[in-house]
Design a protein around this ligand. Structure first.
Ligand code: ACO
Length: 335
C-alpha cells in the first residue's frame, strides 16, 4: 500500500468546470425488465433511481469533449491554448491510443500533451493531483482534466449485482497557475492498495486475459465486483483520505463548507458523513440521477455544485473518491 500527496510550488486554481450527461435515461423500472431486481431494492441499497446511457456510436472521447468545451468556455480559454490534457477513464475508446489523444484532436488542442490516467473512480482526483503538480512546478501553465466513462459498454446486463449501479457521463475542469486567484487547491491526498485488485475489476480484454470468443462468451470483459467488501474499504479509505487532506490544508472538518464525495452509493456517503461529522446539507449528492459514473462522478458533481451555486465564494470544498485498484483520493479547494 502506498500513499502520497504533493502540494508545493506556485498556487493552482480551478478556473472552469463543465459536465455532460447523455440524453437517454435508464430508470430502475426499466432495469426490472432486464434482470430480477426492483426499484425498491436499488433505491434502498444504493439511493440510485436512474442513470444515463450513451447513444449508439457515442464514445468516451465524445462525452469527454462535450464536458471539456463547457469547462473551457467557463475558464475563458481556447483548446488551442491548452498545455496538458489528462483524461481519467477505465472505459477508453481504444486500449491505445489514449482517449486524451482523441479529445486533443476534437478540441484542436494541438499544443497540448495528452494522456490517460487509469485509477477508476479516483481517476479525476488523480488527474487533478498530476495537473496540480505539473503546474505548481512550472512545467506547464494550464491543464484540462476530464473524468469520462462509457461504463454501459463494459457492463454485463444480465448481472444484477453490477448492472443496476453504473451509468455514463463526463465532467471536466480547467486548472491554471494563479498567484492571487480563488478556487485554489489547498491540499490533497492519494492512496493505492494493489493487494485488493480482485475486489473490483474487468478481468478480460487486457494482456493477462486477451479477447477470445470463449472469454467474451464468459463475459470476462465486463465489470466484476465483490460489493460488500468494496463497501467496507470505501468507507474506511474515504474517511482517512478526507481527514489527511483536511489536516494537510491546516484545517479541521469545521472549516469545510461542502463535501463532494464519489457518487457510488448513498449508504457509503451517509456512513462517511457520519464518521466525519458533517450534516446532510453539507454533502453534495446527485447519484439518484446518474448512478456511479466512476471517474466522471466527482467531476460531474463538482460542475453541478459550481453552476448551481451550491459552492459560494471562499467556501472550502472537500472532494473524496474511491475506486478499483483499490484507489482513493481527496482534495481541499478554497473556492
Ligand atoms: N436486485 C435485487 N437483489 C440483488 C441485487 C439487485 N440488483 N443485487 C444483489 N442482490 C441480492 C444479492 O444476490 C444478495 O442476495 P443473497 O443474500 O440471497 O445472496 C442480496 O441482494 C444482498 O447482496 P449484498 O451484496 O450483500 O448487498 P449490499 O447491501 O452490500 O449492496 C452494493 C450491494 C449496492 C453493490 C453495495 O455493496 C455497494 O455499493 N458496494 C460498493 C460499490 C462501490 O463503492 N463501488 C465503488 C467503486 S466502482 C469503480 O471503481 C468502477
Amino acid at each position: 500500500m502506498s500513499e502520497q500527496a504533493i502540494v508545493t510550488g506556485r498556487p493552482v486554481s480551478i478556473s472552469g468546470t463543465g459536465s455532460y450527461l447523455p440524453e437517454k435515461v435508464l430508470t430502475n423500472h426499466d432495469l426490472e425488465k432486464l434482470v430480477e431486481t426492483s426499484d425498491d431494492w436499488i433505491t434502498t441499497r444504493t439511493g440510485i433511481k436512474e442513470r444515463r446511457i450513451a447513444a449508439e456510436g457515442e464514445c468516451t472521447s465524445d462525452m469527454a469533449t462535450k464536458a471539456a468545451l463547457r469547462a473551457l468556455e467557463q475558464a475563458g480559454i481556447e483548446g488551442a491554448d491548452l498545455n496538458l490534457i489528462i483524461v481519467a477513464t477505465i472505459t477508453p475508446d481504444t486500449l491505445t491510443p489514449a482517449t486524451a489523444c482523441y479529445v486533443q484532436r476534437k478540441l484542436g488542442a494541438m499544443k497540448a500533451v495528452a494522456f490517460d490516467v487509469s485509477a477508476a473512480c479516483s481517476g479525476f482526483l488523480y488527474a487533478m493531483e498530476i495537473a496540480h503538480s505539473c503546474i505548481a512546478t512550472g512545467a506547464f501553465d494550464n491543464a484540462l482534466i476530464i473524468g469520462a466513462e462509457k461504463l454501459s459498454a463494459f457492463i454485463n446486463w444480465q448481472d444484477r449485482n453490477t448492472c443496476v449501479l453504473f451509468g455514463d457521463g463526463s465532467g471536466a475542469a480547467v486548472m491554471r497557475a494563479s498567484p492571487n486567484g480563488h478556487r485554489r487547491v489547498l491540499a490533497s491526498h492519494l492512496g493505492t492498495d494493489g493487494e485488493q485488485t480482485e475486489l473490483l475489476n474487468i478481468p478480460g480484454g487486457g494482456a493477462a486475459c486477451p479477447i477470445t470468443l470463449d472469454n467474451v462468451e464468459r463475459r470476462l470483459a465486463t465489470l466484476a465486483m465483490q460489493g460488500r467488501e468494496v463497501f467496507k474499504h470505501a468507507v474506511t479509505a474515504m474517511r482517512q483520505a478526507a481527514e489527511l487532506a483536511i489536516a494537510k490544508a491546516g484545517l479541521t472538518i469545521a472549516d469545510i463548507n461542502l463535501v463532494i464525495p464519489h457518487q457510488a452509493n448513498l449508504r457509503i456517503i451517509q456512513a462517511i458523513s457520519e464518521r466525519l461529522g458533517v450534516t446532510e446539507d453539507q454533502v453534495f449528492v446527485n447519484l439518484h440521477r446518474y448512478g456511479n459514473t466512476s471517474a466522471a462522478a466527482v467531476a460531474i458533481a463538482l460542475d453541478e455544485a459550481n453552476r448551481s451555486g451550491a459552492i459560494k465564494e471562499n467556501d472550502r470544498v472537500l472532494l473524496i473518491a474511491f475506486g478499483a485498484g483499490l484507489t482513493w483520493a481527496s482534495a481541499v479547494i478554497e473556492w
